[in-house]
Design a protein. Structure first.
Length: 123
């Protein structure tokens, strides 16, 4: 959801990728697909979760960790420089219901706006 919302907000000129610490390469949760389709008119059904190891996070201008434990792993295990690493506090809704996914999407959307305003990446 975060990748899709960032793509929508920043447009095609921005290079955006998502990867997870525990991603196993599967499709998105059905609830995530529904939230994005109904609330945002975005189709993420073809999205495939990727493990962070398929990317080199040190090559990005910004790496956003969705929660503090992911931030810590990116910092210590993946050696992402603190100068490009940003930590949010948004819990993974995996396994939850539609409403929880919807609330999570709203949190991501609000946090993304705060992030862009603070960093100037949308300028």
């Amino acid at each position: 959801m975060a990748e899709a919302l960032a793509r929508r907000r920043l447009g095609p000129a921005a290079e955006i990728a998502s990867a997870g610490i525990g991603a196993a390469g599967g499709p998105p949760a059905e609830e995530a697909v529904l939230v994005m389709r109904i609330a945002y008119q975005i189709d993420i059904s073809a999205h495939v979760a990727r493990p962070v190891g398929v990317l080199d996070p040190r090559t990005f201008d910004a790496v956003v960790a969705m929660d503090p434990s992911i931030y810590q792993q990116l910092r210590t295990v993946w050696d992402v420089p603190e100068s490009v690493l940003y930590g949010w506090d948004i819990e993974d809704p995996l396994g939850a219901d539609f409403q929880t996914f919807r609330e999570t999407a709203l949190k991501i959307e609000r946090r993304l706006e705060q992030f862009l305003a603070a960093t100037g990446f949308d300028a």
